[in-house]
Ligand binder design. Structure first.
Ligand code: PGA
Length: 261
C-alpha cells in the first residue's frame, strides 16, 4: 500500500517532496529524476528552485526523464513538453539540457521513439524518483484508461476529456494533439520511488480510485498499488473522498522520525 500524506497546501507538499529529492541528491548528485509536466508538480519545482537559490542545492549533474510528450507538434512549440520541461525545470533549476530527456514526439521516427526512450532510461540506470500527477480520468503520464499495467513507452490516443482538461494551454480543445507518447505503466513501476501528487477537489475521485479502488487498467493510477515504494502526497481537498483518511493521518503522525518518505 502506498504511503498517503495529507498536507495543508500544495506548497507544503512541494516542500516535502523537494526535501526527499534533496536527500536523494545528497547521496547521489547525479540521481535520475522522472519529471512530470502539468500544474501539479509546480510546487515541487518552486521549492527546489528556492533551495537552489538559498541553500546551494546543485542539480547540474541530475539526469531527468520526462513522462510524456505530444505527438506531432512543431519543433519548439511552447506547449510541447520539451519546451515546458525546459521552461519549468531545466532553466530555473539549473539542470544541464543534455542530461534531460523527453520522448521524441516528431512524426519522423515515431515508430521507434518508445523503444529508444526505454533504452535511454535503462542506460541511465533506471529512474530513482518518479514524480506523477493524476488526471481527472485517472491517467498517470498519458496512460489513459485501458492502458496495460505492463505497458512501456509508446504512442497513445488522448481521451476527449484529457484534451478538454489540457485545452487551457492551447487555443481550444481541438488544438490539443490527438496523440501522445508516454512512459508506460510498466515503465513507471520500474522507478525505484514513485511520488504521486494531487491537489484540489477535482482530483478527489481519481485519487480515491487510485489508492483504494481495485487495481485495474480502467483506472491507470491504481498501478501505484503494485509499487513497493509509492508515496501519495495530497492536500485536504484531493484527499476528501478517501475512506481510510483517519488511518492515513494516524500513520503519518506516528511515523518514526528516522523514516523518510
Ligand atoms: P495537472 O495534470 O497536473 O495539470 O492537473 C495532471 C495529469 O494530467 O496527469
Amino acid at each position: 500500500m502506498a504511503e498517503i500524506v495529507i498536507l495543508d497546501s500544495p506548497n507544503a507538499a512541494g516542500e516535502l517532496v523537494a526535501g526527499a529529492i534533496t536527500d536523494l541528491l545528497a547521496a547521489r548528485p547525479d540521481a535520475v529524476l522522472g519529471l512530470a509536466t502539468g500544474s501539479t508538480p509546480l510546487p515541487v519545482y518552486s521549492a527546489l528552485e528556492r533551495r537552489v537559490r538559498e541553500r546551494d542545492l546543485d542539480l547540474s549533474a541530475v539526469r531527468g526523464f520526462a513522462l510524456d510528450e505530444y505527438v506531432g507538434l512543431p519543433e519548439g512549440h511552447p506547449e510541447s513538453y520539451r519546451a515546458v520541461i525546459t521552461r519549468d525545470v531545466v532553466e530555473p533549476l539549473g539542470l544541464s539540457p543534455a542530461n534531460v530527456h523527453v520522448p521524441r514526439g516528431s512524426l519522423e521516427g515515431i515508430a521507434t521513439a518508445g523503444d529508444d526512450y526505454e533504452r535511454a532510461i535503462l542506460a541511465a540506470g533506471g529512474i530513482d524518483l518518479q514524480l506523477l500527477g493524476i488526471g481527472t480520468v485517472g491517467h498517470v503520464g498519458f496512460n489513459e484508461p485501458g492502458s496495460s499495467l505492463a505497458s512501456l513507452t509508446r504512442v497513445k490516443t488522448l481521451t476527449a476529456q484529457t484534451r478538454r482538461d489540457n485545452a487551457r494551454f492551447f487555443a481550444s480543445a481541438d488544438d490539443v494533439p490527438m496523440h501522445c507518447i508516454t512512459q508506460g505503466l510498466g515503465t513507471i513501476l520500474r522507478a525505484r520511488h514513485v511520488v504521486l501528487l494531487a491537489f484540489g477537489s477535482g482530483k478527489a475521485p481519481a485519487v480515491a480510485a487510485a489508492v483504494e479502488g481495485p487495481v485495474s487498467a480502467s483506472h491507470p493510477g491504481s498501478v501505484i498499488q503494485l509499487h513497493p515504494h509509492a508515496t501519495v502526497v495530497l492536500d485536504e481537498e484531493a484527499a476528501s473522498e478517501l475512506r481510510e483518511v483517519d488511518y492515513y493521518r494516524y500513520v503519518w503522525e506516528n511515523k518514526p522520525a528516522w523514516q523518510r518518505i
